[in-house]
Design a protein around this ligand. Structure first.
Ligand code: ADP
Ligand code: ASP
Ligand code: MG
Length: 406
């Protein structure tokens, strides 16, 4: 008998029929003699709909209330699944994040899981019941509801699997596993039999939304091996695990696009110590995540800083920068450009192979695609391209690195 944690995402529970399908899959596991904890997302589209309603009422809905509102999506789906299971004569109970003992810290709408006290889950398991846990939510020590950031049910599942020491953790979704690129964009993308934590973490942090990046970080930290597979068929999925030697022979594991990026360029500011710290400090204080950073000094000795961020942060960034720039120089200038995407190649094989960046840039150059900013890490190369040709750019790079399936 194994203890299995299964996470079902929004599409997988997106309709009454899909919920019934999930109930049948869980029933099959129970009939094999396994115990199941299922971590469930809100039905597909529900979270977006709730956000939309809040935004119709206010441009700046209080984040505390957003957490109360958004967590209700998962509360619906867990109860519906438990109802479906009981109808199939499987003894199942639903639990909210608080009841599952998921303790969070940090800010509203982006809570961090500090600890899980799975007493209630364990009590139900002892009674041989199937436990359905609400994903994406937890509670602070003061009893406030937190959500865990978009895609946060992945994190709930990995953290629960770690807390109960599950034998197997499966992320069941609407694709067969992790592919070399988003199969909706690159039709020749291939399913990967396995991928290392570091590669999936890099891919997730540059726009591959098949797993929330923080969930992969958590899995790596606590050594939770997991599998990404389909909730709609029984094909083998992708195993996510520690890297091993054979993995290094593959130079590029995957290609990813992150859309809706914007560039901010600040010019005409003096090149003095502490200046970058002031600019980035103002953005950090406004809780704006910036990404690629390029700084250089012009011939006249003035500094020039460019960085990218999500387009939705552009307005807040300009507001946060205004007072700082006024203080730095009366001539300081700020330009913004939206409609940018970030295209990235990721692979641990980059550590031992050279010429990877050259190959990427050459393939794009040959296709007449202009590269904006560039950034690299040990296992990743990212460039910015115009958003409207990002899909094409991804397909070109995918082919150039020999990732296309036959
Ligand atoms: P869920 O609702 O199950 O959490 P998501 O929509 O969050 O599912 O993630 C699954 C989606 O991720 C897929 O439908 C697919 O389009 C997208 N995706 C993007 N990049 C990849 C990739 N490299 N491999 C697999 N899926 C990817
Ligand atoms: N329902 C949440 C979202 O849409 C969490 C999740 O699906 O993982 O982001
Ligand atoms: Mg998801």
């Amino acid at each position: 008998m194994a203890l299995i944690v299964q996470k079902y995402g929004g599409t997988s529970v997106g309709s009454i029929d899909r919920i019934r399908n999930v109930a049948n899959r869980i029933k099959t596991e129970r009939e094999k003699g396994n115990q199941v904890i299922a971590v469930i997302s809100a039905m597909g589209g529900v979270t977006d709909k709730l956000i939309g309603m809040a935004q119709e009422l206010s441009e700046t809905p209080p984040e505390r209330e957003l957490d109360v509102l958004l967590s209700s999506g998962e509360q619906q789906s867990i109860a519906l699944l438990a109802i479906a299971l009981n109808d199939l004569e499987i003894d199942a109970v639903s639990v909210t994040g608080r009841q599952a003992g998921i303790l969070t810290s940090g800010s509203h709408t982006r809570g961090r899981i500090e600890e899980i006290n799975p007493d209630m889950i364990n009590d139900y398991l002892k009674k041989d019941q199937t436990v359905i846990v609400a994903g994406f939510q937890g509670m602070t020590e003061n009893g406030l509801i937190h959500t865990l950031g978009r895609g946060g049910s992945d994190l709930s599942a990995i953290a629960v699997a770690s807390a109960v020491n599950a034998d197997i953790c499966q992320i069941l979704t609407d694709v067969d596993g992790v592919y070399t690129a988003d199969p909706r964009v690159v039709s020749k993308a291939r399913k990967l039999p396995e991928i290392s934590y570091d590669e999936l973490l890099e891919l997730a942090s540059v726009g591959t939304k098949v797993m929330q990046s923080r969930s992969v970080e958590f899995a790596k930290k606590f050594g939770v091996k997991f599998e990404v597979r389909s909730s709609l068929n029984h094909n083998p999925g992708t195993i996510v695990t520690e890297e091993h030697e054979a993995m290094e022979s593959v130079v590029i594991r995957g290609v990813s696009i992150e859309r809706s990026q914007a560039r901010v360029t600040i010019t005409e500011i003096p090149d003095t110590p502490g200046m970058s710290g002031k600019i980035l400090g103002a953005l950090a204080e406004a809780e704006i995540n910036i990404d690629m950073i390029v700084s250089n000094i012009a011939n006249d000795g003035n500094a020039r800083h460019s960085f990218t961020m999500h387009t939705s942060d552009l307005g807040r960034a300009q507001a946060a920068l205004k007072p700082v720039l006024a203080e730095l120089s009366p001539h300081a200038n700020i330009e913004t450009e939206a409609g940018i995407a970030k295209l990235s190649c990721v692979g641990i094989g980059m550590r031992s192979h050279s010429g990877v960046a050259a190959k990427m840039f050459e393939s794009l150059g040959k296709a007449g695609i202009n590269i904006g900013m560039i950034s690299t890490s040990e296992i990743k190369i990212s460039v910015t391209v115009e958003e409207n040709i990002a899909d094409e750019a991804a397909r070109i790079v995918h082919t150039a690195f020999g990732l296309d399936q036959e």
